[in-house]
Design a protein around this ligand. Sequence first.
Ligand SMILES: Nc1ncnc2c1ncn2[C@@H]1O[C@H](COP(=O)(O)OP(=O)(O)OP(=O)(O)O)[C@@H](O)[C@H]1O
Ligand SMILES: [Mg+2]
Length: 282
Amino acid sequence: MEKLIETTNLTYFYRSGTKDEVKALDKVNMNVFQGEILAITGQNGSGKSTLARHFNALLAPGHGDILVKGLSTGNKDNIPEIRKVIGMVFQNPDNQLVSSIVEEDIAFGPENLGLPQAEIIERVDWALHTLNLEDLRNEPPHNLSEGQKQQVAIAGVLAMKPECIVLDEPTAHLDPRGRREVLESAIRLNREEGITIVLLTHFMNEVVHCDRMIVMENGSVKMEGSPGVIFRKSEEIKTAGLDFPVASQIAEGLRREGFNIEPGIIKTEELLESLCQLKSSI
Ligand SMILES: Nc1ncnc2c1ncn2[C@@H]1O[C@H](COP(=O)(O)OP(=O)(O)OP(=O)(O)O)[C@@H](O)[C@H]1O
Ligand SMILES: [Mg+2]
């Protein structure tokens, strides 16, 4: 698979050179591959957001390198091109919504790209349609639920037609329904529009729907692999201070009670299937 983002010994200090210096990233070597959904997880302060802010050159490396489609983010000349490739969505949608009406908000990015009016209209329609927001087109954003606001923020980024969308804990402030809908949107943008997705999250039930996951610890990559493989490494998961997905916790509990549930279950659908098989064998 082609590398969209590649970091080599990426190291970053906040307040570099002062007595309050904080090493937030420590020799990070990781890739984001074109077309995948990558989850980045880890405890508070493990360096997830600092890493993500390097992906679209909001931060430049202290040491080491990061390449986006082969372009070094440390070179200022590359920044406009890099920001076309990588779109960012943050935790709090209120900070990203700038206009008084949803459709104007979504048009904001394309307008800043200096696109012709016809193309702007086309992109806004497409983004509204892709995220099922057509009914909210003329609403003021402050009338929307937090989940809907986050969908509008995603639509605004989508209208810039990035190859990759990086979402930094986009569901942290949402209720369960809002969380589910934002996750579903991210998966749909990947599967139907071919957009590479990087999802920073604390929720293991979101991680299990990703193709690959990275666990950060103290500014370094601690584990990397498919969720199915990583969540079998129980001791390492516990040491990293992570939870297990709800489905694997239930499966484990049932196994302990003597039920014949297969190992390696991480998704609710897999648990349901296993329970159905169990029922039919009783
Ligand atoms: N603006 C800043 N100034 C100084 N230190 C910072 C700043 N932002 C983050 N840090 C520190 O850098 C380290 C990594 O923080 P970062 O925000 O990248 O972690 P995170 O994994 O995103 O955490 P969270 O799960 O809480 O979002 C932490 O020690 C944090 O305290
Ligand atoms: Mg963070």
